[in-house]
Write a protein that binds this ligand. Structure first.
Ligand SMILES: Cc1ncc(COP(=O)(O)O)c(C=O)c1O
Length: 401
């Protein structure tokens, strides 16, 4: 009999950690709990009726194809529709440069698998998306965070870092950015900084991984071009997803990458799951073909625009002095900073006892810092829950100040 079954884990598996957020999702199901913890889209936005009609039609008309294995790259009709969607921003996108993935999370895994050896450097925002951290960590990358402010990642600090690394002959494998209404902070990278980022990436010859699930969910302010649309040297890999603009349950997303990188990504995906579900891909392609996506996105934007206003008003009304928060122009999240001496980690059990949940900010810091920060989601709770939940949170923070 084997004494320690875990002794058989690979080095990669030994380093793997459960996501704090997925663990918190269990807590959110406790009756009466108001959860700002998850990153769930509002279920009332799911176009159930339209999807029901399209699904039945596909089964009736293309059942044999829909239920069969598909190509690893993805169904041609869907790749065509995705490239059209992206061509709103850059006219040279081709279906051949699109790889359909099972969520952007798989995109992150594929890029990591293709690019990362143990101890390779990945540069990212501080804080950054926890699922990105998890993917890079599972390939044992060394993650270096660059602090951001209200305009996103600080380019002066990025430049210092890249210069310092170059001085010791080191080069990151890529710079990972979530430039639009970032998860977790809600902050957007300014146009000036996007241009500077590309300039630095060209100068130091480092690829950029642009992960932007919330890009179409801008509810105010002026649109800013995607980084891939400004890229002139084929150095940007862009991740897009249907999770937040349609629904996450179909698990469909995409990687847009230069042809030279595409081939290995396809091989990497082949070894993971052969292909994404054909049926789901045909459904989404038809939804887009019918021109339903624009309306869908508009509905979501309007709803989240209202919800964020409720959250901002509640924060303003109830939070004690010394607590600050970001003012997102889109997306699903808002970032709260407590006074330096207060730990959001220590407060979490008390918050849960008071039936309100959030995600601790330190979970998003590859540096392990950010103890006085936390992330709030405003897409999933109702407007009434948002107001009540912020009151509970504020009361508890005040009592602990
Ligand atoms: C920045 C970012 N990337 C990737 C994902 C993964 O999304 P999905 O796998 O549902 O496409 C998320 C989900 O919240 C995210 O916020």
């Amino acid at each position: 009999m084997i004494k320690d079954l875990t002794a058989f884990y690979s080095k990669n598996a030994q380093g793997m950690k459960r996501s704090e957020i997925r663990e918190l999702l269990k807590i959110s199901r406790i009756p009466g709990m108001i959860s700002f913890a998850g990153g769930l889209p509002a279920s009332e936005t799911f176009p159930v009726k339209e999807l029901e009609e399209i699904s039945c039609e596909i089964l009736r008309q293309k059942g044999a194809t829909a239920l069969q294995y598909g190509t690893t790259e993805g169904e041609a009709v869907l790749r065509e529709e995705i490239s059209k969607w992206m061509m709103r921003e850059k006219s040279t996108i081709r279906p051949e440069n699109i790889l359909v993935t099972a969520g952007s999370q798989q995109g992150l895994d594929i890029v990591s698998k293709v690019f990362l050896d143990p101890r390779d450097i990945v540069v990212m925002e501080l804080p950054s998306y926890i699922g990105g951290l998890q993917a890079f960590a599972s390939y044992r990358a060394k993650m270096i965070g660059v602090p951001q402010d209200d305009d996103g990642m600080r380019m002066d600090l990025l430049e210092n870092l890249l210069t310092k690394l170059a001085d010791t002959n080191k080069k990151p494998k890529f710079i990972y950015v979530v430039p639009d209404f970032q998860n977790p902070s809600g902050v957007t990278l300014s146009l000036e900084r996007r241009k500077k980022l590309l300039e630095l990436a060209y100068h130091y010859e480092v690829p950029i991984l642009e992960d932007s699930p919330y890009r179409d969910l801008r509810f105010r302010g002026e649109p800013i071009p995607a980084i891939y649309s400004l890229d002139k040297q084929s150095q940007v890999i862009a991740l897009g997803t249907f999770s937040k603009i349609l629904c996450p349950g179909l698990r469909l997303a995409w990687i847009m990458a230069p042809s030279e990188w595409m081939d290995r990504m396809v091989v990497a995906k082949q070894a993971m799951d052969l292909c994404c579900p054909t049926y789901n891909q045909l459904i989404v392609a038809e939804f887009m073909k019918r021109g339903l996506m624009r309306k869908q996105v508009e509905n979501i934007r309007n709803l989240y625009g209202r919800k964020v206003e409720v959250m901002l008003a509640a924060l303003k009304k109830h939070m004690p002095k010394g607590v600050t928060w970001t003012n997102p122009e889109g997306g699903l999240f808002l970032w709260v900073r407590l006074p330096k001496h207060i730990s959001a980690n220590d407060l979490l059990p008390k918050a849960i006892a008071n039936k309100v949940a959030y995600v601790i900010g330190s979970a998003f810091h590859c540096s392990g810092k950010g103890q006085n920060t936390l992330r709030l989601n405003f897409s999933y709770p109702t407007e009434q829950q948002i107001d009540e939940g912020i009151q509970r949170l504020a009361k508890m923070i005040r009592e602990n100040m």
